[in-house]
Design a protein around this ligand. Structure first.
Ligand SMILES: NC(=O)C1=CN([C@@H]2O[C@H](COP(=O)(O)OP(=O)(O)OC[C@H]3O[C@@H](n4cnc5c(N)ncnc54)[C@H](OP(=O)(O)O)[C@@H]3O)[C@@H](O)[C@H]2O)C=CC1
Ligand SMILES: O=C([O-])CC(=O)C(=O)O
Length: 268
């Protein structure tokens, strides 16, 4: 049974995902995309086998059964609200933008829409979800990025913190996942996904480090639960077009989409 897909945002994540879908994925058909720069989008379609329709973000939900959001957090609500109102499957990349908008989950319950949060640049959310079916004492995530991967975050800008001046590993933020998502909307979607998989944004603790010379975006999760204790680290290669974003993220979204239509699905 084939499902139609629309992608909002053709940046580091969206363009890679669109190319992969266009190359052919059994059970999935890319039918529409949104982009800010229409001319750039048109030129990106040059090598496509089947050119998707280029539509405003509000219109995507009319065209496809699955709406993949890979746009800046600032336009998340417009994309998500339209998909949910239409009862679609929403796959968000800007997961941090979901935390202060949990009313969207209530709305989805009413319309029959589903919100499927991909693992994204992270790992092991299946184990975190399983642990959270029992008692969990603590969940923490330590994110380490090169300074340029954190530049422009509102938390740093508001405090006048200039990471260009950092010469050694520096802890730039410590707080919960809710605060982290507000202060670093383009950097810690992983913390938001972890919080939703586990014990929620208030109890999930986050540290963000700026590490000069680091070549990988590195996330370490530590879970202390009744059923298990585990520590997991992932070292993602930053994308060339957007160093905030790891190259694994579009692949994770692709794997997530396959899971929506595949006969055999591995991992809970
Ligand atoms: N869940 C996870 O693990 C991860 C999530 N993310 C998040 O995913 C989201 C996308 O990331 P990424 O691809 O790296 O971001 P990019 O900045 O590379 O791409 C975003 C794209 O959205 C487009 N865009 C902006 N405004 C609009 C609009 N109004 N309508 C349509 N398109 C628009 C931009 O267009 P143009 O190119 O024309 O400017 C751009 O191509 C971000 O919120 C990011 O924080 C990132 C990494 C990991
Ligand atoms: O790609 C990464 O390492 C994670 C990231 O940017 C995010 O969570 O927003």
């Amino acid at each position: 049974m084939e499902k139609t897909v629309a992608i909002a945002g053709l940046g580091a994540i969206g363009l890679d995902l669109a190319r992969a879908l266009d190359a052919g994925v059994e059970g999935l058909r890319l039918v529409a995309v949104s982009a800010r720069d229409q001319a750039k989008a048109e030129s990106n379609f040059a090598g496509f086998r089947h050119k998707p329709r280029l539509l405003p973000i509000e219109a995507l939900a009319e065209e496809a059964e699955i709406i993949v959001e890979c746009a800046p957090a600032a336009v998340f609500e417009t994309i998500a609200a339209a998909a949910i109102a239409r009862g679609r499957i929403l796959v968000p990349a800007s997961v941090g933008a979901l935390l202060p908008r949990m009313h969207l989950v209530e709305e989805a319950r009413r319309t029959g829409a589903r919100i499927i949060v991909p693992t994204g640049a992270l790992l092991g959310l299946d184990a975190v979800r399983a642990a959270a079916e029992g008692a969990v004492e603590s969940v923490t995530i330590e994110t380490r990025k090169p300074p340029r991967g954190l530049e422009g975050a509102p938390y740093l800008v508001e405090r006048g913190i200039d990471l260009a001046a950092v010469t050694e590993p520096s802890l730039v933020f410590k707080g919960n996942a809710f605060e982290a998502a507000q202060g670093f909307p383009a950097n810690v979607n992983v913390a938001a996904a972890l919080a939703l998989a586990g014990i929620g944004p208030e109890r999930t603790l986050v540290e963000i480090w700026a590490v000069p010379g680091l070549t990988r975006n590195t996330h370490t999760i530590r879970v202390e639960a009744a059923a298990a204790r585990f520590t997991m680290t992932i070292e993602g290669v930053p994308s060339e077009s957007n160093p905030r974003t790891g190259k694994l993220t579009p692949l994770s979204l692709l794997a997530c989409l396959r899971g929506l239509v595949s006969t055999l699905k591995v991992g809970s």
